[in-house]
Design a binder for this molecule. Structure first.
Ligand code: B1M
Length: 227
């Protein structure tokens, strides 16, 4: 049992560190309380994410890789992260920006990781995009159907496994087969990807994180309008 900590008494940096530690331990209530405290101190959601939640999740990832943590513990950490993200959601999605375009986004078939993809979705909304979030384990047909139905400007795909990233190419091929490839910008992301992979599968863009995804999407939308 971890002893009760009064978050209000912690200096700023220690608060974020404690948030990361509690995330590692999968203590959802504690992570939520620390996030509330950080928000009440006026921390930006980006600082809370970067220095608290994502920092904690990085250590989870390392220890998962090294066999120190296992799936149940990682699930608990993921649930704690999701609970905190719900507090950040209104701040990340709030927007005064004019409607920029529509993005369909999903985690590809075979892959159930959704934290990073949801973060991208929230920040895109905050930047003025209408976002259609298809969730996890998304087959090519579902991506294509959503692109058609919503007249999407951008199709975003996320993959976190080296075994699922090749599925992105399946979706791109399907777009081509259906004569839809030139109608939509394809953006890809996820921890195992890089620029070279995006080029290899002929995606239009790769973004390494949610902030870059927003910048890249805006730039590509502008280029599209200029053509
Ligand atoms: Co999994 N897992 N996992 N996992 N998991 C990884 C990805 C892994 C790197 C861990 C490790 O070994 N170090 C490893 C993959 C190895 C590989 O293939 N190279 C791994 C593995 C092996 C597995 C399983 C196979 C484990 C098993 O069952 N034996 C299994 C697979 C299940 C499946 O998908 N079929 C599995 C399961 C799980 C959980 C269910 C327990 C849980 C997911 C819970 C959930 O998402 N709801 C989980 C978690 C939490 C992780 C780690 C620890 C954390 C991922 C995360 O949420 N990061 C992860 C370790 C790691 O990534 N270092 C790991 C925080 C998030 C904010 O960052 O997702 O990277 P990230 O998103 C970033 C960027 O990548 C980018 O922007 C985001 C925000 O800045 N981005 C985009 C993401 N999508 C984008 C799309 C874009 C643009 C940018 O445009 C469209």
């Amino acid at each position: 049992m971890s002893e009760e900590i009064d978050f209000k008494t912690l200096p700023d940096e220690e608060l974020l560190e404690q948030m990361g530690d509690d995330l590692y331990d999968g203590l959802s209530d504690e992570v939520v309380k620390a996030t509330e405290e950080a928000l009440s101190r006026g921390f930006s959601p980006h600082r809370i994410l970067g220095d608290g939640l994502i920092a904690g999740m990085e250590i989870v990832g390392e220890d998962f890789r090294d066999g120190i943590l296992f799936v149940p513990e990682v699930m608990m950490a993921a649930n704690a992260m999701k609970a905190a993200m719900e507090l950040l959601r209104p701040l990340l999605t709030k927007t005064n920006a004019p409607r920029v375009g529509t993005m369909v986004i999903g985690t590809v078939k075979g892959d159930i990781h959704d934290i990073g993809k949801n973060l991208v979705a929230m920040m895109m909304e905050g930047a003025g995009f209408q976002v259609v979030n298809l969730g996890i384990n998304t087959p090519a047909e579902k991506f294509l159907q959503a692109v058609r139905e919503h007249g999407a400007d951008i199709l975003g795909m996320s993959a976190m496994l080296t075994t699922t990233m090749p599925y992105m190419q399946v979706v791109i091929r399907k777009l081509k087969e259906e004569g839809m490839r030139d109608d939509v910008i394809v953006m890809v992301g996820g921890a195992p990807l890089n620029e070279a992979f995006a080029q290899e599968i002929r995606a239009d863009a790769y973004a390494k994180d949610a902030g870059t995804a927003v910048q890249t999407a805006k730039k590509l939308m502008l280029q599209r309008k200029e053509v």
